[in-house]
Design a protein around this ligand. Structure first.
Ligand SMILES: [Zn+2]
Ligand SMILES: [Zn+2]
Length: 286
């Protein structure tokens, strides 16, 4: 009956160990790309890094048992829209590709939903990091973590994808997610129209009106191109974060989605952004 607690315990230990290895990789990358400047960059990002580690620990301890319990419930209840047999006749590498592609498609639309006034108050915490690093991937309000998990996993289970494909999709999204949040000046050239680069996702976090409501995908830039939200005007050197919120404490940001006024602020932000995006772009003005 309490299987989910035992599973959660192992999952928490496993995640903490893996994170240590990932931290070493990104530390090495920072020194390779920035040289000695990496030290001052690390120092500047320290308060936000501490914030990110705290929220990650809180999510890990609070939410892991809930997420394991939800996934057990999902498995008990038949959510299937497509029968699992359908996937058996397809080669495994193709099934994995379909899982990651579909996973990113649903992730793209879920992320757009997170930028509406309804979910923005809980998504805001992810954007409040003014010194984005790979660890920003762990900076999510528990409500945002929960809604992401429920939306993404319900969809992938409903299409009857085999467990190995769902697992690999999760790993790809997670590790690639760390990578696109890292402070790396890589835009991929022409490949940047196919895959999301660290520069492309950095623009998603830029605190300037033109950048809001752009670059929602995690793995495939093609979704942003197809749905008109792609925007990469060179390397991103603009300030990051959310005006008036980036310096708020962890507790203040945890309370934020529980205040009615946050939804009013979210709605005002949406209205303002809609006006910005309805105006002709600089190119069409010329
Ligand atoms: Zn976002
Ligand atoms: Zn992000």
């Amino acid at each position: 009956m309490y299987d989910f607690l035992i599973d959660s315990f192992y999952l928490i230990g496993d995640t903490a160990t893996k994170l240590f290895g990932i931290a070493l990789i990104f530390l090495a990358l920072a020194f390779i790309v920035k040289g000695k400047k990496a030290i001052s960059a690390l120092r500047t990002a320290l308060p936000n890094t501490v914030f990110n580690i705290n929220i990650m620990a809180l999510n890990l301890l609070l939410l892991t048992p809930v997420l394991v319990w939800i996934s057990q419930l999902q498995k008990q209840h038949n959510l299937l829209l497509i029968q699992p047999d359908t996937w058996q006749s397809i080669p495994e590498p193709l099934v994995i590709f379909v899982a990651v592609f579909l996973g990113d498609f649903i992730g793209y639309w879920r992320h757009r939903f997170e930028h509406t006034s309804f979910l923005w108050p809980s998504h805001m915490m992810h954007h409040s990091d003014a010194n984005m690093t790979w660890l920003t991937l762990e900076r999510f309000h528990p409500i945002n973590r929960l809604s992401t998990f429920i939306i993404d996993s319900t969809f992938l289970l409903a299409v009857g994808l085999p467990p190995y494909a769902i697992l690999i999709n999760g790993l790809v999204r997670h590790y690639y997610g760390f990578f696109i949040h890292a402070d790396l000046p890589w835009a991929y050239g022409k490949l940047g129209y196919v895959f999301v680069s660290p520069v492309m996702h950095r623009w998603h976090h830029a605190e300037e009106q033109a950048a809001h409501k752009t670059n929602f995908a995690t793995v495939f830039a093609v979704f942003d191109l197809a749905f008109g939200t792609y925007r990469v005007p060179g390397l991103c050197t603009k300030p990051l974060g959310v005006k008036g919120q980036s310096s708020a404490s962890l507790v203040a940001q945890l309370i934020y989605p529980f205040r009615f006024s946050s939804y009013k602020t979210g709605a005002a932000r949406q209205q303002y952004e809609s006006k910005i995006h309805a105006q002709p772009t600089e190119k069409t003005l010329r």
